[in-house]
Design a protein around this ligand. Sequence first.
Ligand SMILES: [Fe+2]
Length: 268
Amino acid sequence: MEYTINGIKLKYEAQGERRWGEEIILLDQATDITAPNPWHPAGYTIEGLFDDNTYKSFFERTQALLIQSWKEAGLSVETDFILDQYHTLAKDSTAHLAAVEKTKLLPITCFPVPVGLLEERVSEICKVSLVAKNPFDGQSIFHFRVIRPEQSDNNPLHRDVWLEDYDDCINLYIPIAGSNAQSSLTLIPGSHRWPESRIEKTTTGAVIDGVKFNVPAVTAIRGSYAVKRPTPLLNQMLVFSPYLIHGGAANLSRTATRISIEMRLWKK
Ligand SMILES: [Fe+2]
């Protein structure tokens, strides 16, 4: 799969069987939380997160939570460590995978501020009452996504809803460190409404350069499209449909790890 972001060509080679999709639009059989909003055609929006005081507290607790998690993973880290230098701590994949184990599937009670504040804000943006609880498996969780520079830490292009239990939700990408035009989440605007027949993908979780991913990878796309990196600033978030094709963004920065919070909300 080859694509261009901001004039730079990127490429990945997914191994294994692949297949073109059927003539169906997945969102036709699902709840589209983007529907009542002016940003529905694109499938995403960038919005402000919290008031200044809440954000200050959010950021301080986020920093403390990450540093505590990395310590628990066996990394030697000072309390005033600059987060985007994480790759200088986790120098090999064993250390990185141990750290990732500690910063994924975190219970919502660990969220850096009361999660009701976030639920309220995202409900206001989407004009529907939302809750951070997955109705399919009952989980209330969030993850840190930690993408080191020039490493294969990133997912290939995919729709979340190709995996189980992500139907009907809305996704959040909250930048924490090192998130910019060279590193932030990549997506294809408008692709949430594409029929599956425009997309060829691997029939199971992708294997790329020997790394196994849970998600199938897009391997080809029919017709023209543009890949974008919306770049929310600190105290902003990217709100996007799980039906959008996204991922696949290498961190092209040479000097900074990209860290973001990934979280999903469903209708109450
Ligand atoms: Fe995803």
